[in-house]
Unconditional design. Sequence first.
Length: 245
Amino acid sequence: MLERLQKVLANHQIASRRKCETIILEGRVKVNGQVITELGTKVSSTDDIEVDGKKLFKQEYTYILMNKPRGIISSVSDEKGRKTVFDLLLKEDQEARLYPVGRLDYDTAGLLLMTNDGALTQRLTHPKHLVDKVYRVVCQGIISREAIKQLRTGVPIGGKHVVKGVQVRVLERRIPTKTSYVEITLVDGKYHQVKEMFASVGFPVSKLTRIRYAFLDSEGIQRGLYRYLKVHEVKKLFGYQFKLK
């Protein structure tokens, strides 16, 4: 896959994307022994790249899909000393400097992608690519049809931002315990978004689990464990875009 040279440099943490453009324009970058000064230049993983005479080593990317437990921070460290998803990784994966793609709340369980591939992270987190995430929600109260309609058409968060579930369906209403089970699909992601959406329609979330990320699910991954993505799955993620059924 071909990528713009400045993007490759930024993904290797040479500098910010804009600063990398300046480095290229200054003639400080060589590709396969040739000085490159055009910003539109595209390179592949087989090209030899040098910056200021130093060879850019090709990164060995790692891609994992974790089934995160509740009570775990979606970060590589925590100032309060709480356990993080980084603590769940094998030693060799800790050394690979993986980072979560997005995040899950401390008390939310389910699927979390982690990688050291900055290009894929940007691809999956940019809102224009419409990458869907599916959540299973246990909420307080017997949720009404009107509330479901509101969740589908859009509810305000923070008094300004309006968000909606592109798909919302009731799985079960349990009258004796006054709880409801709902599945909601989102293509954007804000901090505490699902919880705030349900609270805004009067049915607070008591339990939340992400059960699907794009086309990926938790089949075969026990809670607290993870698996490596297959080559065809990574390729599919790079070209993935949600289509409403």
